[in-house]
Design a protein around this ligand. Structure first.
Ligand code: HEC
Length: 164
């Protein structure tokens, strides 16, 4: 083997070593690595737990599952959106001019981080552009919510805000 070929593994090690250090530095000094991780987690949670009903493209199924694209429930108040996902909902609602009267089962088995990630994902995909949901916001809402089973759509409508 020539001296040139023997040198290649060393060069690769050095290159990977440097890039590993750089990504580590980014993770501790800024939020960017965390944001990328949350985006990835959000997409994964969406595909596993939401996409079956609301569809991969967030358009839902007319008459059965409402769209998540450009709806007031998705882009509006965060507290209401978190409550909705934790406990689910049932009863008549109007979404973007179409009526639904179906039920969404609770998703309180998801961790606070999973809920924050999936809601941030939903609020920034399918044509949506809204502020991300933070893990501590989910924690606060969960702690303050003392409810078993699904919300009635009518009661959930006014349940806005993140408790202190
Ligand atoms: C079993 C099917 C099902 C699953 C799974 C499901 N949903 Fe729903 N979702 C529904 C139905 C049905 C409604 C409307 C309920 C009603 O008619 O009162 C709804 C309503 C909503 C709404 C309010 C209306 C709108 O379209 O803006 C949001 C937001 C929402 N779901 C988000 C989610 C998210 C995020 C997940 C995954 C964590 C999820 N859903 C999982 C069926 C589902």
């Amino acid at each position: 083997m020539s001296a040139f070929l023997k040198g290649i593994p060393v060069v690769l090690l050095v290159v990977f070593g440097i890039s590993a250090c750089q990504s580590n530095e980014q993770g501790t000094s800024t939020d960017s690595a965390t944001t990328a991780e949350m985006t990835q987690l959000g997409e994964q949670v969406y595909r596993t737990y939401c996409g079956t009903c609301h569809q991969a493209d967030g358009q839902g199924i007319p008459g059965a599952f409402p769209p998540l694209a450009e709806t007031e429930w998705v882009n509006g108040d965060k507290g209401r959106l978190i409550r909705l996902v934790l406990n689910g909902m049932q009863g008549p609602i109007s979404v973007n001019g179409s009526e639904y009267n179906n039920m969404m089962t609770p998703h309180n088995f998801l961790s606070d981080e999973q809920v924050a990630a999936v809601l941030s994902y939903v609020r920034n995909n399918f044509g949506n552009k809204a502020e991300v949901v933070r893990t501590e916001e989910v924690t606060k809402v969960r702690e303050a919510t003392n409810k078993e089973g699904m919300w009635d759509a009518s009661e959930l409508e006014s349940m806005t805000g993140i408790p202190d």
